[in-house]
Design a protein around this ligand. Structure first.
Ligand code: AHG
Ligand code: MN
Ligand code: MN
Length: 321
């Protein structure tokens, strides 16, 4: 079962389907294959390293060349899909309004074109994260207002992990499915349907270097976890850390720190899509107080703290908070 046939089979479940949505998913698949090629050949094509001396993205982070390339690739692949109204990226300050609703723009795709890109130069897993929402009539011309929707309204979400193999994780609200890119045929093939996150796993994933600046509850949780014999795994690429958590269980945390008092990860194109995937797999995703998917966004690039993974493991953290 290829990704393409999976998408079409799912579309058959909705007699009234127009096929618009399937088009978008196929564009994401095309982008993923193209970016995978670029990542595989990065050192050869010498696109590693930083994109020009002064180039920084909206967050003042040094932009890697591949961040920019991946961003342009996705913009092009998705941009020519007739039903995409708005595209919003971690790499662009403003969302791009491609088509108003009157011209067929029915969906918006928000994405992190290359997550964990600081790891690129030494061959550690990096990824692409995407979130798909439907545009309403409320904000026909204000692209930012149109896409600032709660995560609970996402119609699809997922990520691509460019790791030892290229894995695509997708949910459209009916379970989480995993595809692996079969390079010999150039297609993503379904390897697991309806993934459920293990309910218990004594593993936490956090950058312990910042422990001293975490709010007290997180420090108490970590001391408890050390007493309980937990193991720690932290790669520093959210996609890689979340994918391990999805398949092995455990809890991934990015708490508030001195440098990022409201957390480092971005709500709209990192936390929300990952929260939808984890919840669809039977896990939990909160910001310390409430469910991430219930947060009312105020800005495209706003940040949030993230605690996500096996429900029981997230609740151990919650107890200390
Ligand atoms: P991006 O490369 O898209 O900016 O994301 C990097 C994020 C995320 O991938 C990861 O979980 C986090 O940065 C790691 O941050 P620290 O290096 O502060 O641990
Ligand atoms: Mn990221
Ligand atoms: Mn990124």
């Amino acid at each position: 079962m290829s990704l393409q046939s999976h998408i079409l089979a799912e579309e058959q479940q909705y007699p009234g389907a127009t096929g618009d949505f399937s088009w978008i998913l196929s564009a994401i698949s095309l982008s993923a294959k193209t970016i995978a090629n670029k990542v595989r050949r990065a050192r050869i094509d010498d696109v590693l390293g930083e994109h020009g001396e002064s180039a920084q993205n909206v967050h003042g982070e040094q932009q890697q060349k591949l961040d920019v390339l991946a961003n342009e690739l996705i913009m092009r692949c998705l941009g020519d899909r007739a039903n995409v109204g708005v595209l919003a990226s971690e790499e662009d300050e403003e969302p791009r309004l491609l088509r108003a609703r009157g011209e067929g723009g029915r969906y918006a795709v928000l994405f992190d074109p290359l997550d964990g890109s600081s790891n690129l130069d030494f061959c550690v897993g990096v990824g692409t994260i995407f979130s798909i929402i439907k545009l309403s009539d409320e904000h026909p011309t204000d692209a930012e207002a149109a896409i600032l929707q709660q995560g609970v309204h996402q119609v699809a979400a997922g990520y691509v992990l460019y790791g030892s193999s290229v894995v695509l994780i997708l949910t459209t609200g009916r379970g989480v499915h995993m595809f692996v890119l079969d390079q010999s045929i150039g297609s993503f093939v379904l390897v697991e349907r309806d993934i459920k996150i293990p309910t218990v796993s004594k593993t936490y994933s956090v950058n312990e270097a910042y422990t001293d600046t975490f709010p007290p509850g997180y420090k108490q949780y970590l001391s408890w976890a050390h007493q309980e014999g937990y193991s720690s795994r932290y790669i520093g690429s959210m996609v890689a850390d979340v994918h391990r958590t999805l398949l092995k269980g455990g809890v991934f945390l990015y708490p508030p720190t001195a440098q990022h008092p409201s957390g480092k990860l971005r709500l709209m194109y990192e936390a929300n899509p990952m929260a939808m995937v984890i919840e669809q797999a039977g896990g939990k995703a909160i910001n310390g107080e409430t469910a991430i998917c219930d947060m009312s966004p105020t800005g495209l690039h706003q940040r949030t703290s993230v605690i996500l993974g096996s429900t029981e493991e997230v609740e151990h953290v919650q107890r200390f908070l």
